[in-house]
Design a protein around this ligand. Structure first.
Ligand code: PEP
Ligand code: MN
Length: 357
């Protein structure tokens, strides 16, 4: 298939859905059938080889699951896509008749692995979707596109699945929307698909993230769906049923953006980027204050006073060192640090003396 063309010709969102992992033949057939009935699905996804964070998790069934997926796609007249992370995966997926390949975030991050995939695709005509690397590194993501382009693959699509962040209070993978937008600017004419499932990590956030992607003019969505999400062998908390997906799509507001280069659109784009960054600032403040409260508990248990002047002066000195590099004024940095300090003392006092607030 020609994926870019299908995306460009489709109404938004171009929909990719299917289970995190193919688990058994019946599950694959059921979910593909139900998706075809309930939604305007255009491409079926399923994980065959799963990159898991910890060993002893379900690592996918491997190549035995490929024919189930391809067959389910054929029965419902739908193309299918799987994640590939090495040469063997590519060969097995191509032999089975998979229509589109995707490179996962944990593979994009590794140029050796991307190069191995690119080499095994020399002379093959197949669309490839490339997820962002796990870390927010635009150049690394661009590098993966370049490796595939050099191997002759031209039908390329970007998938934004968020970036890894230690202990984030809201997202499993934080969406840095400005990065896929910059990628599109750099590579030109590149379809952008958002993967709200891996950004959210939980069902109740899927709609909000999908709406955000539509508001930022993403072309499509890739959402994990399972006939019985709670019993899924991987990513159970973020999967939804095809019926729930239908419901989510019905709630989406999709605005058309034909006046893309208008002044107003440009202005909104800047505002949008600022709103996204402000949101991240407050997520960081929240994470920072949580640690302040933990510090308060520690000081309480060890009979240490809250305020230690010398330590605080050091903290301010450290921040002032970066003033020039950040292009900020000393006055601004001092004011922000003062506010942070006040709030931090308030958080610590609260745990020391819970009755007073
Ligand atoms: C997946 O799509 O199931 C997956 C493993 O995602 P990611 O590469 O984004 O972690
Ligand atoms: Mn998954």
């Amino acid at each position: 298939m020609n994926l870019r063309q299908s995306i460009q010709q489709s109404k938004r969102p171009f929909l990719i859905a299917g289970p995190c992992s193919a688990e058994n033949e019946e599950q694959v057939h059921k979910v593909v059938h139900d998706l075809a009935i309930e939604t305007d699905i255009q491409l079926i996804r399923a994980g065959i080889w799963k990159p898991r964070t910890r060993p002893d998790s379900f690592e996918g069934l491997g190549d035995i699951a490929l024919p189930w997926l391809v067959e389910a796609g054929k029965i419902n007249g739908l193309p299918v896509t799987v994640e590939v992370a090495n040469k063997t995966h590519v060969e097995e997926a191509l032999n089975a008749g998979v229509d589109v390949l995707w490179i996962g975030a944990r593979t994009t991050v590794n140029p050796f692995a991307v190069q191995e995939i690119a080499d095994s695709l020399q002379g093959v005509d197949i669309p490839v979707m490339i997820k962002n690397p796990v870390n927010p590194d635009l150049e690394l993501w661009i590098g993966a596109f370049e490796r595939l382009e050099k191997a002759g693959i031209t039908d390329l699509v970007a998938l934004h699945r968020g970036f890894s962040f230690y202990n984030h209070p809201k997202y499993r993978n934080v969406p840095h929307w400005e990065i896929p937008i910059a990628l599109k600017e750099r590579l030109g004419n590149l379809p952008l698909i958002c993967d709200p499932s891996h950004i959210s990590g939980r069902r109740d956030l899927l709609e909000e993230v999908s709406q955000k992607a539509m508001d930022l003019n993403f072309d499509g969505l890739m959402i994990e769906t399972h006939p019985n999400p709670d019993a899924a062998l991987s990513d159970a908390q973020q999967q939804i049923t095809p019926q729930q997906l239908k419901n989510l799509l019905e709630h989406l507001v999709v605005r058309e953006s034909n006046a893309k280069h208008d002044v107003v659109d440009q202005l909104n784009e800047y505002r949008e980027q600022i709103a996204v960054l402000d949101g991240r600032l407050f997520d960081l403040f929240a994470a920072r204050m949580k640690i302040s409260a933990q510090l308060g508990e520690f000081k309480r248990d060890h009979n240490i006073t809250i305020f230690q002047r010398e330590h605080w002066e050091n903290m301010i000195r450290m921040r002032l060192e970066d003033v020039q590099e950040h292009g900020l004024t000393r006055q601004f940095v001092r004011r922000v640090m003062d506010e942070i300090h006040q709030e931090s003392i308030r958080q610590q006092t609260r745990v020391m003396n819970p009755k007073r607030d």
